[in-house]
Design a protein around this ligand. Structure first.
Ligand code: ATP
Ligand code: MG
Length: 608
């Protein structure tokens, strides 16, 4: 709990301060008053005595004697009658020999005054001729006031009247007064403690309230409002606390919104983000970074940058990162496995501009690099494909111009070759133009419901001659089938079928066999072309749909192939909502499957 119960709390300190203040004030006042009282009492006793002695005429009555000791009996009588009857104070008459010649105290008559009385007073009175007094105690330890009056004038002092007044009453009175003061002080202190406690409470209760609520706020509970009870300093404190709470609440909710926004951005951003502190500990890795580098949670929790990231590239070496960050942000590219990554990193700082860590941004640029490579390859391929026939045409025309044209037979042969090469170029350019139209979705489609069987028969007829020339057997299994309706652009699908069939013929040795089948399955139309030709390795299959890709470049080119057929075919089939798949075994043969959606059943059919 808070320090309300502790003895060093403000409440107890205030009580103590009040206590001490009252105590000190009362002590000073008491001491002063008691002192003054004492002085007053003693003065008043002296004044009374002096007045009494002087008024009584004793002094003047003694002055008439020339020698006191010779009149001691008369003097004793005067004392007994004139003084003792009226006053309690002891009065003694001392002559110039310091002998007590008469006294109201019978015990000291005739004794040496120097031994019993205060000699200083006697001397002052006797020699100095002045009245003298002193306070002290007698032999029985009773407080007394002694006053000596000279008898006679300056030169003719004949003795001293010595009075000893008992001060016990005065001191009793003073002791009583002190006791009264002590009692009053105890009472006043008790009242002060009680009052101080309540006054302190009125101050500390609101402070404790603020402290308690601040403690709850520190634990995250911002619903605490302090009640403002007064408009004094404490009231202001409560008001300010409430204001602070409100502001803090707003700021915190803003920060939390920002944080959640940032977290969402980090979570969904495509780039990988890793934050490390200066010791290399990984503070944050967003899902993209985890996925790119295959990082797991337990790995991230225990290990640091050098343990986890260093294996991907030496870029992630902590010292290297720190060094490179000194001159601003760094940017590098590294390959890991089949993937390529672009890395950017920079340090981040705290509010005092001190470096606290490094942020690393990872970008998977594998696809981008692949695309760039494909683009470069494409340009290189096109140039190469155009250059080959152009070189051939150029060399044959030069030979012809050099005179070979005279030899009609050779010239005809040469012109045939030039024509074939020009055709080849023409075909290539046509294919490229078609690809570009397909890429930019500019190809015009004339889709109609068509009978796939009829189309297949027409295609077979077109390639039949080539197959016959290669003594291949074209086996049309679909012959029993009459009608499979599909909604297609007939020319484009014919182009696809022609490519698949001519591939089968091209890449099957002489005397080979090609099976062509068509069927309706699962609401789809399926065309399967199987050959027992040269086939290809399984690893080649994904690549044959790439532009210009040919498994055996030389052989394919010799057969007039450019490697664009399958890539165009796939785009056409996919445009029709279908798929094209190739399965193959090297040396055994290839199976091409084209799947197209069936035409919806319509009332009015427009069959071609
Ligand atoms: P184009 O079709 O442009 O005249 P092409 O036939 O060489 O030329 P594609 O049809 O795209 O090009 O075929 C790509 C490559 O796939 C061919 O070069 C060939 O190596 C391989 N290929 C395609 N079909 C077969 C098949 N039936 N048997 C063996 N290899 C094949
Ligand atoms: Mg082909």
């Amino acid at each position: 709990m808070l320090g309300t119960k502790r003895w060093n709390s403000i409440r107890w300190r205030i009580v103590l301060i009040y206590f001490l203040l009252v105590f000190i004030a009362m002590t000073i006042v008491s001491v002063f008053i008691v002192n003054q009282l004492e002085v007053y009492q003693l003065n008043s006793i002296r004044d009374n005595l002096t007045k009494t002695v002087k008024d009584s005429g004793l002094l003047t009555s003694f002055e008439v004697y020339d020698n006191l000791s010779s009149h001691s009996a008369e003097i004793q009588t005067t004392l007994d009658q004139g003084w003792k009857n009226s006053f309690q104070e002891e009065m003694s008459i001392v002559d110039t020999n310091f002998t007590i010649i008469a006294s109201t105290n019978k015990n000291i008559i005739g004794k040496n005054a120097a031994e019993l009385l205060n000699t200083t007073l006697l001397t002052t009175a006797m020699i100095g001729g002045k009245q003298a007094e002193a306070d002290g105690v007698n032999l029985s330890n009773i407080p007394i006031k002694s006053i000596a009056f000279p008898i006679g004038e300056q030169e003719n002092i004949i003795g001293t009247v010595y009075i000893r007044a008992d001060l016990s009453n005065v001191f009793d009175f003073l002791t009583q007064s002190k006791l009264i003061f002590i009692r009053a002080m105890v009472l006043a202190l008790l009242v002060t403690v009680v009052l101080g406690f309540f006054i302190a409470k009125s101050i500390t209760v609101p402070i404790n309230d603020v402290t308690e609520k601040a403690e709850k706020m520190a634990q995250g509970d911002f619903s605490q409002e302090v009640s403002v009870m007064s408009d004094d300093e404490i009231g202001r404190l409560a008001e300010m606390f409430n204001l602070l709470r409100e502001k803090l609440n707003i700021t915190l909710s803003e920060i939390s919104n920002e944080k959640s926004k940032l977290e969402t951005i980090l979570h969904y951003m495509a780039d990988g983000l890793i934050a490390i502190d200066l010791s290399g500990r990984i503070i944050h890795a967003n899902p993209a970074a985890r996925q790119m580098l295959g990082l797991t949670d337990p790995e991230l929790e225990v290990k640091n940058c050098n343990d986890i990231l260093r294996k991907y590239s030496k870029i992630f070496d902590l010292e290297n990162l720190k060094e490179n960050c000194k001159e601003g942000s760094g940017q590098e590219i590294f390959n890991y496995g089949a993937s390529a990554f672009a890395v950017r990193y920079d340090r981040f700082r705290d509010e005092n501009e001190e470096d606290v860590g490094i942020i690393i941004i990872l970008q998977d640029i594998t696809e981008r690099q692949k695309l760039e490579n494909m683009q470069t390859d494409f340009v290189a391929n096109v140039s190469h494909e155009l250059k080959t026939p152009l070189t051939t045409i150029k060399s044959y025309t030069e030979t012809l111009m050099d005179g070979t044209i005279e030899d009609t037979e050779v010239a005809r042969n040469f012109l045939n070759i030039i024509d074939t090469e020009a055709d080849r170029m023409n075909r290539l350019v046509k294919d490229l133009l078609q690809l570009s139209r397909l890429d930019y979705k500019q190809e015009k489609w004339h889709k109609k419901d068509s009978n796939l069987i009829w189309l297949l028969r027409a295609v077979v007829t077109k390639v039949e001659m080539t197959a016959i020339q290669k003594e291949q057997h074209l086996n049309c299994i679909f012959d029993g089938e009459q009608k499979i309706m599909v909604t297609i652009d007939k020319d484009r699908i014919e182009q696809v079928l022609l490519n698949i069939l001519s591939n089968a013929i091209k890449y099957t040795q002489e005397g080979g066999r090609i099976d062509i089948d068509a069927m309706r399955t699962d609401g789809q139309a399926k065309v399967i072309v199987t050959d027992n030709g040269i086939g290809m390795a399984e690893s080649e299959i994904p690549r044959i749909f790439e532009r210009f890709y040919r498994v055996d470049k030389a052989r394919s080119r010799a057969m007039g192939g450019t490697g664009l057929g399958l890539s165009i075919s796939r785009q056409i089939v996919e445009e029709h909502g279908g798929t094209i798949e190739i399965e193959s075994q090297e040396g055994k043969g290839t199976k091409a499957t084209i799947i197209l959606p069936l035409a919806p059943i319509r009332g009015q059919r427009n069959i071609e």
